[in-house]
Each structure stands twice: as structure tokens, then as C-alpha cells.
Design a protein around this ligand. Structure first.
Ligand code: ADP
Ligand code: MG
Length: 480
């Protein structure tokens, strides 16, 4: 009983207190202590607290507190990635305990029909903007009863790629509502932007949660030709549990994971170019520790809470320095130790300089690279032929690129700031696969419509072309 006393003092409702007891949490974290009482009082809150500091429970306690069974969708939580939507849903289910509330994830790449069914009886929705908008335009989602709106990873949600969608969604929520913003990186610009949608928001923040003693950060400055060789060497020689290797582009993820696999290191690749089923399967395998290495783009940078990640490798330094903070936040969680290893070459210098400049508190130690043998790559980059194909077929952006850029980082043109689960565009896809896709899509739609009789919106959805959210974008701005 005494165990959860501090949580009780924050005003958390009984079902959630019981759930917390069951989970074995002993004390609230600082951000929970500071923000939960405000949230439960119905205030609008902008909360900044480092990765792994328990922000989900902080807003979750409010969303759950405010929702009543059978009163429609009263809680809406927006996230930048599908994986995070999935995770928050699972986490909230735990905090709901025995209260009769249904929380569902709504993101692209998954069956629309099932989501429509679930939406009919849900009280809390956790989703990515693209698919939420899709449901709104089909009128299969009604936000009229929303009392609590949460933007998790709020700064990301206000980035250019998401902002329009997020604004559209907000405009369909009632004016009388509570709005909560949570993130590890909240800038003054975000606060300014957010105030437009909030009602006298109160800002709270928590001190750094990760003990710097527990998180060590190093970098190796190495020639380009040895980058992969060093990664392989370290993966084989560092004593580690789960490992995440971050790359800036999908292509690099494929390049690194294929080469690792060819050399006998089991590695799971994940990026926005894979089907959602595959993404979910990969995350499951990684969560279960059956495979120890995940090679990923920033789809896995935000918010994911994976136990036992001991090492974060930056095979590329992110183009946006704040993403560095999110990437490394996947390790040294909940008092565990973690190590960050940056492998930089001359091409990473600019990005690395930006990381150092904006995070003066970070101690990233230079290490001398061990003498690693240069490994023979089995999978070469598809740069040349890929570029040629795109140029030939799609009236070429690429032909204006300098040809000597080497391994493209996709940095400039691919700002990676757009969500990957929005309306598909076909740049870069062959017309074959587009046709195939549309055919399948029409078939699916027919089937659905048969099942539902002549239900709403058919003409609308037909005229819109393929569904938003059902495939990753292939344009130049969303390649996570
Ligand atoms: P954040 O969103 O701040 O990165 P999460 O909400 O994902 O952090 O929480 C990180 C982990 O800490 C989760 O596994 C969560 O269950 C756990 N957690 C949350 N609150 C507490 C607490 N008060 N005590 C112990 N563990 C907690
Ligand atoms: Mg989080």
C-alpha cells in the first residue's frame, strides 16, 4: 500500500494506481511528479523531459482519467511513427488496468476495415496523422467528443512535414479541450507555435534523467573506405546486448544490413520502405532479443522503449542534430548503462559539428580506431544504377547532382522531416508496381464495400486515388 503512496498524492485515479502497483513502479519520475497534477486539473501542459523519463504515463494518466466508457473517442494521441503508436497503445492498456476503456492504434499500412470496426467502440485513439486524416475524410472517425489531445514527440509533430496534417486534425477537435505536448526536445519555437492551439499552457520540464556516468559516448574518425569494416569489427568485439545501428537513409540501412548478414552477423533492417507487417514482425523479433542487431533509419529514433539496448551506433550522424538526442535515448534507459559509438568520416563532419554545438553538455570522447582489416563488401551500393534508372525514367533530378558525391547521404534533399505514412506518391516506383498496387487496392476496396453494402464515401475514396497511408511515400522528402 505504502508503495504507491506518492503516485496517489499526484491524484492519479484508482484503476491506474492499481496498474502501477502491479507494474512495480516505486516512485514517480520527476516529470510525472511535476506534470501529472496539472494534467489532472485539466490544464494545458507543455512538458519537456529526457528520453526514458516516463512521459507516456505522465500524459496517459490524464487521458485515462478524463475518459468514460461509451462516451465516444475522448482521448487522441498523435505520434510521428507507427511503431511508437503501437507502443503507446500497449503501454496505455497497462495503465488502464480494469477500467472499461478501449484504446486502439490507428496507423497506415494496416487493414482499414478492422480499424473502422474498432473505432466504433474506442475511447482512446493513438495514431499517426496520415491515417487519422484518412479516417476523418471517410467519416469513420469522429473527434467531436475529444477531451484530451496529446502530441507526443511534439516538436516532431510541428515539423514542416507533419504540421499541416496536425493542424487539420486539431481543427476537427472541439475548442473546449485539453491539449498536452510532450517531448525530450522542446524548443522555444515549438512553444510559440503550440500556443496557437493551447489555452494558457503551463510549461514544465525535468532535469536530465539519464545519469551521465551511465551513458558513455565516443567517436571514431575514420576514412570512408573503412567505415563499414570498423562497424563490423566493433559489433564483433564490443560486449553488448541489443544494438541499434542508425543510418540516415533507407539505402544505407539495406547496404549495412545486407553486408552484415553476408558476413555472418545477423541483423534486422527496418525503415519506412517496408510493409507494415514486416516492420511489426521485425520489431517483435528485436524486442524478443532473438536477433541482437537492428539497423534502422530514424523511424526507430523517436520514443521506442526497448529493454536491454546496450549500444547505439551512428553509422551516419543525423542531419538534424536533435535527432541525435532521440537516437541515443534508446539506450541507458531506466538506470541501465549504455554506450553510444559514432563512426564518422569527412562526410559526417558538418552534422557532427552541429550535434556538438547544440549539445554542449555531451561529452563525446574521441577514440583511436583499432587497426581493422578492410573487409570485402558483398553488397555494393546501388547508387549508380539506381540513379541512372531514376534519371532515365522520371525526368531526372539526379542528373543535376555532382557525380562525385560518393555514397550519398541523402542529406540535403532528403530532410527526413516528413512522415512516411502519408499519401503515396509514385516517384521512384515503376509503373508496373503502381498498376499492380492500384489493382490490388481496387480489389480490396470492392471487397470491403461488398461487405458493408453501399456504405458511405465510395466516390470520394475512389476519386482520391489510392489510400493515403497505405504505402510509404517515395518522394524525396520522406525516406526514413
Ligand atoms: P519516455 O516517453 O519519457 O521516453 P516512456 O514513457 O517510454 O519514457 O517510459 C520509459 C520506461 O519507463 C517504460 O518502460 C515505462 O514503463 C517505465 N516507467 C514509467 N514510469 C515509471 C516509474 N515511475 N517508475 C519506473 N518505471 C517507469
Ligand atoms: Mg515517449
Amino acid at each position: 500500500m505504502k508503495m504507491v503512496e506518492k503516485f496517489k498524492q499526484l491524484g492519479i485515479s484508482e484503476h491506474t494506481i492499481n496498474a502501477i502497483k502491479e507494474l512495480g513502479f516505486i516512485d514517480p519520475t520527476e516529470i510525472q511528479e511535476k506534470s501529472i497534477p496539472l494534467v489532472l486539473k485539466g490544464k494545458d501542459v507543455i512538458a519537456g523531459a529526457s528520453t526514458g523519463s516516463g512521459k507516456t504515463l505522465a500524459f496517459g494518466a490524464g487521458v485515462i482519467h478524463n475518459a468514460k466508457p461509451d462516451y465516444g473517442i475522448q482521448g487522441l494521441i498523435l505520434t510521428p511513427t507507427r511503431e511508437l503508436a503501437e507502443q503507446i497503445t500497449k503501454e496505455l492498456k497497462k495503465f488502464i488496468g480494469n477500467k472499461k476503456l478501449s484504446v486502439i492504434p490507428i496507423y497506415g499500412g494496416m487493414s482499414m476495415g478492422r480499424q473502422i470496426e474498432q473505432l466504433e467502440s474506442a475511447e482512446i485513439v493513438v495514431g499517426t496523422p496520415g491515417r487519422i486524416l484518412d479516417h476523418l475524410s471517410r467519416r469513420t472517425l469522429n473527434l467531436k467528443y475529444v477531451r484530451t489531445l496529446v502530441l507526443d514527440e511534439a516538436d516532431r509533430m510541428f515539423d514542416m512535414g507533419f504540421r499541416d496534417d496536425v493542424e487539420k486534425i486539431i481543427s476537427q477537435c472541439p475548442k473546449e479541450r485539453q491539449t498536452l505536448l510532450y517531448s525530450a526536445t522542446i524548443s522555444p519555437e515549438v512553444v510559440m507555435l503550440a500556443e496557437k492551439y493551447m489555452n494558457n499552457p503551463i510549461e514544465v520540464s525535468a532535469e536530465i534523467h539519464v545519469d551521465p556516468e551511465k551513458l558513455s559516448q565516443i567517436y571514431y574518425d575514420i576514412s570512408d573506405g573503412l567505415k563499414f569494416s570498423l562497424l563490423k569489427y566493433l559489433l564483433e568485439n564490443e560486449k553488448s546486448e541489443l544494438v541499434m545501428v542508425f543510418c540516415n537513409t533507407r539505402r544505407n540501412v539495406d547496404f549495412v544490413s545486407n553486408n552484415l548478414k553476408a558476413m555472418g552477423i545477423e541483423a534486422l533492417p527496418i525503415h519506412g520502405g517496408y510493409s507494415q507487417d514486416k516492420r511489426n514482425r521485425i520489431m517483435e523479433v528485436f524486442h524478443s532479443s532473438k536477433v541482437h542487431v537492428l539497423v534502422c533509419t530514424d523511424v526507430a529514433a523517436r520514443g521506442l522503449d526497448i529493454k536491454n539496448v546496450s549500444h547505439i551506433y551512428n553509422y551516419d550522424i543525423p542531419n538534424e542534430d536533435k535527432e541525435y538526442v532521440h537516437r541515443i535515448g534508446r539506450t541507458a534507459r531506466a538506470g541501465e548503462e549504455g554506450k553510444v559509438i559514432n563512426i564518422i568520416t569527412s562526410r559526417d563532419y558538418d552534422n557532427f559539428a552541429a550535434v556538438l554545438k547544440h549539445n554542449p553538455g555531451f561529452k563525446i570522447k574521441s577514440e583511436t580506431a583499432p587497426n581493422v582489416p578492410r573487409v570485402q563488401l558483398k553488397w555494393m551500393e546501388r547508387r549508380k544504377s539506381y540513379g541512372d534508372k531514376r534519371t532515365g525514367r522520371f525526368g531526372g533530378r539526379n542528373d543535376r547532382r555532382p557525380s562525385n558525391r560518393g555514397l550519398r547521404r541523402d542529406s540535403g534533399s532528403r530532410r527526413d522531416s516528413r512522415p512516411n505514412d502519408r499519401k503515396p506518391s509514385y516517384g521512384g516506383r515503376s509503373s508496373e508496381s503502381r498498376k499492380g498496387y492500384e489493382k490490388r487496392e481496387l480489389k480490396r476496396r470492392d471487397k470491403r464495400n461488398q461487405g458493408r453494402g453501399s456504405r458511405r464515401n465510395d466516390s470520394r475514396s475512389n476519386s482520391r486515388g489510392p489510400r493515403r497511408d497505405s504505402r510509404p511515400r517515395r518522394d524525396s522528402r520522406s525516406r526514413r
